[in-house]
Design a protein around this ligand. Structure first.
Ligand code: BTN
Length: 253
């Protein structure tokens, strides 16, 4: 079955979601941000077949070659207190992991805060960016990149593609429609405990000894829990607890 993405195909599949499709674009997050500023409604989605300057967390590049990945950014307009914004990122990771679990029977997990892994390798990244208008939270752009059939062999990164773990090729269109419906579901349950519980259940990081690079050195310890704001609770070797709100986590051993 062909795995083509075109505006006509999306128009039929994404009923109810206003969308913009680009065969090639810099970053879908930039396009969604621009659209949000111009008044895009909640749920509007930007999809691209290829990104030339896709962005990852912490200023990293995100690789989206044509025909081999899904790159999308959803405009969300949540009614949420700013300290709860991390819930949007949780929602993204959880929605992706639920969607992928429909295609692979095991090995789907979330690495804190928002990498979705397949058998320990990163298959998806989530980048949420917030648009403030003065003091008001105007929109959140939820950017999601999923690797479908990118060959990472020879590259020094711990990444993988969905097709490595499926017996049959999975169409990006099918994943996209399922994913959007999980995002819609969780947007209706954004403040519910079930979101935090579901995300926590998927977190592979809990119980692991981790190393977190910080401005003032490296924090090492056991990832003991996540708090209600999504911060990772680390118990260091001296038994002290630290709540980490952002950063890279290296699982050690
Ligand atoms: C990360 O793990 O560092 C986050 C990667 C997020 C990549 C997606 S692809 C769609 C959207 N557009 C971007 O430029 N970035 C996000």
């Amino acid at each position: 079955m062909p795995d083509q993405l075109t505006a006509a195909i999306l128009a039929e599949a994404l009923q109810g979601h206003p969308f913009r499709f680009f065969e090639r674009i810099g970053s879908t997050n930039d396009a969604a941000l621009e659209w949000a500023l111009a008044g895009a409604p909640a749920g509007a989605v930007v999809v691209a077949d290829e990104q030339t300057t896709g962005r990852g967390r912490m200023g990293r590049r995100w690789y989206t070659p044509p025909g081999q990945a899904l790159a999308l950014s959803v405009v969300l307009r949540p009614c949420i207190e700013p300290p709860h914004l991390q819930r949007i990122t949780m929602l993204g990771g959880l929605a992706v992991s639920e969607t992928l679990a429909e295609y692979v029977s095991e090995g789907v997990a979330i690495k804190w805060p928002n990498d979705v892994l397949l058998h320990q390798y990163k298959v998806c990244g989530v980048l949420s960016e917030v648009l403030w208008v003065g003091e008001r939270l105007d929109a959140v752009i939820l950017g999601i990149g999923i690797n479908f059939n990118i060959d990472f062999s020879g590259m020094a990164i711990d990444a993988t593609s969905l097709h490595q773990y499926t017996t049959q090729p999975v169409r990006r269109l099918d994943v996209l429609t399922k994913l959007l419906s999980r995002i819609d579901y969780w947007m209706d349950h954004l403040e519910d405990d079930s979101l935090l519980d579901g995300w926590r259940r998927q977190l592979i990081t809990l119980g692991q000894y981790v190393r977190i690079p910080r401005r003032d050195g490296v924090l090492e310890g056991i990832a003991d829990d996540v708090d209600e704001l999504g911060a990772l609770v680390i118990i260091d070797d001296a038994g002290q607890r630290h709540h980490i709100v952002a950063g890279d986590v290296w699982h050690v051993g």
